[in-house]
Design a protein around this ligand. Structure first.
Ligand code: TRP
Length: 331
């Protein structure tokens, strides 16, 4: 039986953190036996808001690849590939750009929010490339005939826009492209150490998969706890404590007892943090070991990316043939 095609990706702008792990990476690992999985390192898309920093993008291509492999995305099951080495995506982007209006792009809620956040980079007027990245993302998805696209909630408007492009293409040029369907890769969004709703690189509140013991320790020691609890025997409220929140993720067997002791004023925050540090380190150790294995084998790492990219390219070429035929460009 033919497996359903899955496609998703990340912009290589930084190392991945435990928010990604619980949010999307675990889902991908689970999906790889049942689906025909494609995971793209979207370096061209990363350049849309990092065009002035190509070194950053290049360096993070390998960081993200290391993170993928370290959590168990298996290159034998999942096609891991690099966007910039698939020129068909750029070509599709040009074709699709006729099927999207500027007003529609400007109304895309995700793009709108991001432009507002990037005033410093874009000033008064956003670049054509950034405004148009949903078109290029439609190229990413359709080049591989992605049927399901696991993404976070913020990406849903991009998948919706891709679906519109597909429908428009098919209505003009004939049934050619596959219309993708978004699936939420997780309904969990992991909060930051500071209690912020989002864990993010720019927010400085993240634990990275590659953090050392010392970094984890320092970050957890600085995490937000119940601000009303000053002395150990004050009664604590775990509902507003980030340490309790992370115990939920990393200390499943112990969390009930931990929270009871906290509420009864029988457990100090320092002891509680130390226990959490230990459990995070325990959980991340196998991931960090795998990372180290590949870090020490840069040639093998490179080969994995090139093999995946070659496989992906074959597929993109097939799609391009169909698209050009439909558009009467099959000279
Ligand atoms: N825009 C996605 C993000 O910022 C990354 C991405 C690029 C992507 N191309 C994709 C996700 C195609 C899903 C499908 O996280």
């Amino acid at each position: 039986m033919k497996k359903i095609k899955m496609l998703t990706g990340d912009r290589p702008t930084g190392k991945l953190h435990i928010g990604h792990y619980f949010g999307s990476l675990q889902t991908r690992v689970k999906m790889q036996d049942e689906y025909d999985c494609h995971v793209m390192i979207a370096d061209v898309q990363a350049l849309t808001d990092n065009f002035n920093n190509p070194e950053k993008v290049r360096k993070n291509v390998y960081e993200v690849l290391l993170d993928y492999l370290s959590v168990g995305i298996d290159p034998k099951k999942t096609t891991i590939f690099l966007q910039s080495m698939i020129p068909e995506i750029a070509e599709l982007t040009v074709f699709y750009s006729n099927l999207v209006t500027i007003a529609r792009l400007q109304r895309n809620p995700t793009v709108k929010t991001e432009i507002a956040q990037k005033k410093e980079l874009f000033g008064e007027s956003v670049t054509y490339g950034f405004l148009g990245y949903p078109v290029s993302q439609a190229g990413d998805i359709t080049a591989f005939e992605g049927e399901v696209v696991p993404v976070g909630e913020d990406q849903l408007p991009l998948i919706e826009q891709c679906r519109e492009i597909v429908r428009k293409f098919n209505s003009i040029y004939g049934e050619t492209l596959v219309e993708p369907r978004a699936i939420l890769s997780s309904n969990k969004r992991i909060k930051g150490l500071d209690g912020n709703e989002k864990m993010g690189k720019s927010l400085g509140n993240a634990i990275y998969l590659s953090d050392t013991d010392e970094e984890i320790s320092k970050k957890v020691m600085g995490a937000l706890t119940d601000p009303n609890r000053i002395k150990k025997d004050d009664l604590g409220n775990p509902d507003i404590c980030m340490v309790a929140y992370y115990h939920n993720l990393f200390s499943k067997d112990e969390v009930k007892k931990i929270c009871e002791e906290c509420k009864a004023g029988k457990r100090g925050c320092v002891a509680c943090k130390k226990q959490l540090i230990e459990n995070i380190i325990k959980a991340l150790t196998p991931i960090r070991e795998k990372r180290k294995y590949y870090e020490q084998r840069p040639e093998e790492l490179r080969q994995i990316l090139m093999d995946g990219t070659q496989r992906a390219r074959e597929q993109a070429k097939e799609t391009m043939k169909k698209v050009k035929k439909a558009m009467k460009l099959d000279y």
